[in-house]
Design a binder for this molecule. Structure first.
Ligand code: NDP
Length: 434
């Protein structure tokens, strides 16, 4: 707390991990003796920089850019870039810290990092987005590289932004280093299924968790918050698995469709037209709109997949979900449930899939994109999807086995935290003090 004053999100994320690790320290005093906790919670490097850009009317704007290179024990720093006005140093650090363990859980050779800017892409023209991305990359390019640090997308950063960022990196380096970025357009060095991977992966993970209890997506009512990259593909896969997705949202409200959300309409509105979610009603008059987005959690459902942003479910929303008979919750977003909400859900026997495990599919396919770039070869969509499905099953099994081994059978939060931590901590011991 004293070292990171005012960094509430970062402190929340570190506390949540450290709280689970007590049984590990009892069995492995060497982690304490070698200062692993102090070292793992201090970024290797934290860069902030000025991003100056000009809008279409010739006005000058200044934003702040960030990159936290948190831990490179297992491989190059790896984690997305977020463009959102709410981005702060604390949020970047919480995301980067979580990323270390998530990446370790994938079993692939990637370290943890994260970055972005407090720039708001909403309402900006394509040219403004391009100028911002070029200015941002002019500084970031000094710090990244295919074997150093490999960014990707996150909130507000999709295929378009990655195209502009990569284009500027290529100009500055005078080299085509495809492996410096993941989430690229598949026509242009990207991996098939990367766009779908986080949402699909979350559903694959939750399906494993449900299966163990004799449950399934088939025949269940599902609520998915957000209507961005993760949400859209979580809705798509849940629907494919036989569920009925009845509600989704954006930052201005939620829609409820008793007939089941038509994912193609959401894709058209959000991915193509970049419109607000309430326009869905123009295509589906049976649906209704509510402008209080947290109200989405008061709609009865069997499975909840929060896929929008951090701390979107607090105690009251969790209680409403429990009262309405919620059976399972899978975190598609990073830290969407605050501490109190997690306590309410788990004390009421709701099956709980934590973000670091449940949403690791995106970064897993990013690592597969790096492999394909190195080989200068592309796998088919079916090949990538099959590998993603296998990775999610393996993460689930690993978390369950670890939870059992450390005295918390069935607790995936404990399992994910310990399994991710141990993999990184053991490698840090191998590498000596640094
Ligand atoms: P996007 O920007 O594509 O989508 C975010 C969506 O959430 C948008 O529809 C946005 O609405 C909505 N939203 C934002 N705040 C709220 C809120 N308070 N209530 C309801 N809706 C809200 O981002 P992603 O889908 O990429 O990321 C979503 C989450 O998943 C983040 O936590 C991210 O860190 C995490 N994640 C993403 C990965 C990826 O591969 N993309 C990988 C792993 C985790 P609006 O359009 O109005 O802003």
């Amino acid at each position: 707390k004293d070292r990171n004053p005012g960094e509430s999100e970062f402190l929340q994320a570190t506390w949540e991990v450290f709280d689970s690790l007590q049984p590990v320290f009892e069995q492995h005093p060497e982690y304490v003796e070698e200062g692993i906790l102090e070292r793992i919670s201090e970024p290797e490097r934290f860069i902030t920089f000025r991003v100056t850009w000009e809008d279409d009317n010739g006005n000058v704007h200044v934003n702040r850019g960030y990159r936290v290179q948190f831990n490179s024990t297992l491989g190059p720093f790896k984690g997305g870039l977020r463009f959102h006005p709410s981005l702060t140093g604390s949020v970047v650090k919480f995301l980067g810290f979580e990323q270390i363990f998530k990446n370790a859980l994938t079993g692939l050779p990637i370290g943890g990092g994260k970055g972005g800017s407090d720039f708001d892409p909403k309402g900006k023209s394509d040219r403004e987005i391009m100028r911002f991305c070029q200015s941002f990359m002019t500084e970031l390019s000094r710090h990244i590289g295919p074997d150093i640090d490999v960014p990707a997308g996150d909130i507000g950063v999709g295929k378009r932004e990655i195209g502009y960022l990569f284009g500027q990196y290529k100009r500055l380096r005078n080299a085509f280093e495809a492996g410096v970025f993941t989430g690229k357009n598949p026509d242009n060095g990207g991996s098939l299924i990367r766009k779908e991977a986080t949402g699909y992966g979350t559903v694959y993970f939750v399906e494993e968790m449900l299966k163990e209890q004799g449950l399934s997506f088939a025949g269940s009512n599902v609520i998915v918050s957000g209507s961005g990259n993760v949400s859209i593909y979580a809705m798509e896969k849940a629907t494919e698995f036989g569920a009925k997705v009845i509600a989704c949202s954006d930052s201005e409200g939620y829609i409820y469709d008793p007939d089941g959300i038509d994912v193609e309409t959401v894709k058209q509105l959000k991915e193509v037209e970049r419109k607000r979610i309430y326009h869905y009603l123009e295509h589906h008059p049976n649906a209704r709109f509510g402008n209080d987005k947290s109200e989405i959690w008061t709609i009865p459902c069997d499975i909840a997949l929060p896929c929008a942003t951090q701390n979107e479910i607090g105690r009251e929303s969790a209680e409403a979900l429990v009262d309405n008979g919620l059976k399972a919750l899978g975190e598609g977003a990073n830290m969407p449930c605050n501490d109190e909400a997690v306590r309410v859900l788990t004390h009421n026997q709701v099956l709980f899939a934590p973000a670091k495990a449940a949403n690791a599919g995106g970064v897993a396919v990013s690592a597969m994109e790096m492999s394909q770039n190195s080989m200068r070869y592309s796998w088919t969509a079916e090949e990538v999807d099959a590998k993603l499905h296998q990775v999610m099953k393996t993460i689930y099994k690993n978390c369950m086995e670890t939870a059992g081994k450390y005295g918390s059978p069935g607790n995936l939060i404990v399992g994910a935290n310990i399994a991710g931590f141990k993999k990184v901590a053991d490698a840090m011991l191998d590498h000596g003090l640094s």
